[in-house]
Write a protein that binds this ligand. Structure first.
Ligand code: ADP
Length: 395
């Protein structure tokens, strides 16, 4: 691979990036950063080196809008400043939905991009932003190779039964089935977890608990089942998304409350979950610090849904050897981990309270625990960088 690899994760209101170069054969994170609150009231920008020291930062004045085009221009002008004379060799993107067609990372050209654009209705929160950035880069830097890495791809090993909905064939034939998301995170965890404990080659449930939250049953390093389905709305309640919901609720909202499609979409994607239940915030830290009964209810509902899903995933696996916590809440909330593990005592999880309170990456269950519990920080960016290098090198 000639040159550095930039990894970009473009969301609705933020663009996160990380740049890697090759040291011997390993990839090294040179720097990383983010542009946040795009289109919001106080946009900000930060770049840190691999050790976490701030290289540059900027905060715009209250009320000054920074749009998507401005952010891309800022990104393109920033990256070369920190490349230490190296050239940018390729860009790897996180793309949420690969649909039925893309079960592995792919180099993007105009044709691939058009196919991916047809999947926008399946991931309206993420896909348009992921693709807008690729399209702009294709037009301003047509010779810069770009690779799309999909959140759905890791789940392609799931059985047809696991992916099916009980709907008529003329509907399911249109691609209406379970896909699963957060696959880049699960792929990373699956790639490192057996280094922590050989038992984690067995039957493991990984809990990716961030703003978006899901759980994945993994056996022998492969995805067997997960809590997200056709879209990233299913499964656990999330920061602002509702999680699993009786589809009859949607019919009621439309028929009785006369909500139109757009209003239902905004409700289920942006106004539900922790935010909707608490009426306070989508942020777990804020809810943990609050003494409002509604904040407590939101956390209770989150933990309760995890209990349900853990039972279901353990049943699918036919038993359990380990559980792994990852992402913002999973890595940082000792309260949520403690409650989840207490609920999982019947499965054989025995929490080491002091290890859990310390919150360091590693084992948080007692030595006697039949099912081990772990904190493993996720790193989707390094997975994307590795895939990008492999595709560009033609391996
Ligand atoms: P994203 O899906 O946007 O990448 P993250 O993985 O960063 O999200 O997770 C964000 C969530 O993690 C927020 O709900 C945040 O409150 C929560 N979080 C981060 N640090 C802590 C902490 N110390 N205690 C509890 N929750 C935390």
């Amino acid at each position: 691979m000639k040159g550095a690899i930039a990894v970009i994760n473009a969301g609705s209101s933020s663009i996160k990036f990380a740049v890697f170069d090759e040291q011997a054969t390993a990839l090294r994170r040179m720097f990383a950063g983010s542009i946040r609150d795009l289109g919001g009231a106080s946009p900000r920008f930060i770049v840190k080196n691999g050790a976490g020291d701030v290289l540059e930062s900027r905060q715009w004045e209250e009320g000054s809008k920074l749009g998507y085009e401005d952010a891309i221009a800022l990104l393109l002008e920033t990256l070369p400043r920190h490349l230490n004379g190296q050239r940018l060799g390729a860009v790897g993107h996180r793309v949420v939905h690969g649909g039925e067609h893309y079960t592995a990372p792919v180099r993007v050209d105009a044709g691939v991009l058009s196919t991916l654009e047809t999947l926008i209705p399946l991931a309206p929160l993420h896909q348009p932003h992921n693709l807008a950035l690729i399209r702009t880069l294709l037009s301003v830097e047509p010779d810069l190779p770009q690779v799309a890495c999909f959140d759905t791809a890791f789940h392609h090993t799931q059985s047809p039964l696991e992916r099916a909905f009980a709907l008529p064939k003329h509907i399911t034939e249109r691609g209406v089935r379970r896909y699963g998301f957060h696959g880049l995170s699960y792929e990373y965890i699956a790639s490192v977890m057996t280094q922590r404990d050989p038992a984690l080659t067995g039957r493991v449930v990984v809990l990716h608990l961030g703003n978006g939250a899901s759980m994945c049953a993994i056996e022998d390093g492969k995805s067997v089942s997960n809590t997200m389905g056709f879209t990233a709305l299913d499964g656990l309640p999330m920061g602002t998304r509702c999680g699993a919901l009786d589809p009859g609720v949607v019919l009621y909202l439309m028929s009785e409350l006369q909500m139109d499609l757009g209003q239902v979409e905004v409700l289920l994607y942006h106004q539900s979950g922790l935010l909707g239940v608490s009426g306070i915030s989508s942020d777990m830290r804020t809810l943990e610090d609050s003494d409002s009964p509604n904040a407590k209810m939101a956390i209770d509902l989150f933990v309760h849904a995890i209990k349900h899903q853990l039972g279901a995933l353990a049943a699918t696996l036919g038993g359990l050897d380990g559980i792994v916590f990852t992402a913002g809440i999973g890595e940082n909330s000792s309260l949520v981990r403690e409650r989840v593990c207490r609920d999982a005592a019947w499965l054989g999880v025995e929490l080491d309270d002091s290890a859990n309170a310390a919150g360091e990456a590693g084992r948080i269950s007692t030595a006697a625990s039949a099912v081990s519990a772990w904190i493993i920080p996720t790193d989707e960016e390094v997975v994307i960088a590795e895939h990008t290098r492999r595709i560009i090198d033609g391996n």
